[in-house]
Write a protein of this length. Structure first.
Length: 135
């Protein structure tokens, strides 16, 4: 599926479809939107990925950074093909929504299966090039 994965250690239990920040030392941290918009909160060199299965705190596993038909966790209503305004809300750490908070839009994420309603897993394409998160 043209995928690119990184082997990481989880700092907390993560569920399928949850986005995480990946440190230069391959540690996966939960996405806190404050870390995406505040330069002092995030050291340089972090990347973004998404878990494709449940992983418990302290365990090692693979995080998808690129590919097709990947699982992503979403909330609300998101239409397939929506790529211009998908990102993180101010309260949903690592969960996509259709109207992201200011500064939290994720370019390079294409939803491939529409969803409507509460928080659920859908499929998406993650595409390069995407820049590494820099403050």
């Amino acid at each position: 599926q043209g995928g690119h994965y990184e082997y990481v250690e989880a700092t907390a239990t993560q569920i399928t479809g949850k986005f995480v920040l990946i440190s230069p030392t391959s540690t996966a941290f939960g996405v806190l939107t404050a870390k995406l918009t505040t330069s002092a909160a995030l050291p340089l060199g972090f990347d973004i990925g998404v878990f494709q299965n449940l992983i418990s705190q302290g365990e090692f596993g693979w995080v998808a950074k690129k590919g097709r038909n990947l699982y992503v966790l979403c909330t609300g209503t998101i239409t397939a093909g929506n790529s211009s305004c998908v990102g993180f809300g101010s309260a949903q750490s690592g969960i996509l929504k259709s109207a992201p908070a200011v500064g939290n839009t994720l370019h390079g994420v294409w939803i491939t299966t529409s969803i409507s309603g509460g928080t659920q897993t859908t499929t998406a394409t993650l595409q390069w090039p995407r820049s590494v998160v820099h403050p």
